[in-house]
Design a protein around this ligand. Structure first.
Ligand code: PGA
Length: 264
C-alpha cells in the first residue's frame, strides 16, 4: 500500500532563524507514530543547517532544484554531488516556477530526472497545466505529454523510484484549489501513463501527489481520493501548525484507506 506523503516546498522564503525554528518545531512533532511521511525542501543555502536539525528525525530533506551536471563551469548551479553532502534524499524537478520563470524545458527536466536517479535521489517530478489549457479542455492531453516527456527513456525500475506531483499552475499560490474530483481524474490518468510505460504493479506503487493552494481547510476534500497520495505544499508549509495539520489529515486518510480500501 502506498504511504501518503506531505512535502513542504519552502521556495525562496524564510531567513535562517525562521527556517531553523520551523525545522525544530516539525522535528518535535513528527515521530515514528506519524502515519504519513514528511519531507521539507528548504533553500539551498539552508540545507546544511536544516540537515543538522533533522538528523535522527523521520523527516526527509529535499532540495528545490539541481543541476543535471556533476561539476564544472556552471556558475550558480548546484551539483547532485553537493546535495549528497547534506543528506538530501529528494529533489523537486520541473516545478512550474522553474519551467515558467527560468525557462526549463521538458528536455532539461528529463535530463535532471535521469541525473537525480543516477545519484539515488527521489525525483519529485512536477507537472501541471495553465488555466487557458484547462479552459480549452486540454488539461489531460497536456499533462500526459509532460509526463511522457519527463520519463522519456527511463527504465521501469527508474519509473518506480519517482514521486509525481500534479500541480495545476492556476492553483499555485492563488488560493484557487482544483477540486478533489478534478485532481483525482488527472492523477488517475498519470497513473495510467505510468502503467503503460512500466507495469500495473509499478504504477500501483508510484506515489502521485496534488499541489496548488493546499491548506488544512481544503485538503480533506482532496486527500480522501484513493489515487491522491499526498501533497506538495508551498505557502502552507511555512507555518508549523498548518503544515502539521496537513500531515495529520494525510495520516487519517491513510488509516481510513486501510480500513476501507475501496472508499473513493
Ligand atoms: P502553494 O504552492 O501551496 O503555495 O500553492 C505549491 C507549490 O508550488 O508546490
Amino acid at each position: 500500500m502506498r504511504k501518503k506523503i506531505i512535502i513542504g516546498n519552502w521556495k525562496m522564503n524564510l531567513n535562517l532563524s525562521e527556517a531553523q525554528d520551523l525545522a525544530f518545531k516539525l522535528k518535535g512533532e513528527v515521530n515514528t507514530k506519524t502515519l504519513a511521511e514528511v519531507a521539507v525542501c528548504p533553500s539551498f543555502v539552508y540545507l546544511s543547517a536544516i540537515s543538522n536539525i533533522l538528523k535522527g528525525s523521520n523527516i526527509y530533506l529535499g532540495a528545490q532544484n539541481m543541476s543535471n551536471q556533476e561539476s564544472g563551469a556552471f556558475t550558480g548551479e548546484i551539483s547532485p554531488l553537493m546535495l549528497k553532502d547534506f543528506n538530501v534524499k529528494m529533489v523537486i524537478i520541473g516545478h512550474s516556477e522553474r519551467r515558467q520563470v527560468f525557462n526549463e524545458t521538458d528536455e532539461d527536466i528529463n535530463a535532471k530526472i535521469k541525473t537525480a536517479l543516477k545519484h539515488e535521489f527521489t525525483p519529485i517530478f512536477c507537472c501541471g497545466e495553465e488555466l487557458k489549457t484547462r479552459e480549452a479542455n486540454k488539461a489531460e492531453e497536456f499533462v500526459k505529454n509532460q509526463v511522457l516527456a519527463g520519463i522519456k527513456d527511463l527504465s521501469k525500475e527508474q519509473i518506480e523510484k519517482l514521486i509525481v506531483a500534479y500541480e495545476p499552475i492556476w492553483a499555485i499560490g492563488t488560493g484557487k484549489v482544483c477540486s478533489g474530483e478534478d485532481a483525482n481524474k488527472i492523477i488517475k490518468m498519470i497513473r495510467n501513463v505510468i502503467k503503460e510505460k512500466s507495469s500495473v504493479d509499478i504504477s500501483e506503487r508510484v506515489r502521485i501527489l496534488y499541489g496548488g493552494s493546499v491548506k488544512s481547510d481544503n485538503f480533506n476534500e482532496t486527500i480522501k481520493y484513493s489515487d491522491i497520495d499526498g501533497g506538495l505544499v508551498g505557502g502552507a508549509s511555512l507555518k508549523a501548525d498548518e503544515f502539521l495539520k496537513l500531515v495529520s489529515l494525510a495520516g487519517n486518510a491513510h488509516e481510513q484507506s486501510q480500513s476501507h480500501p475501496a472508499s473513493v
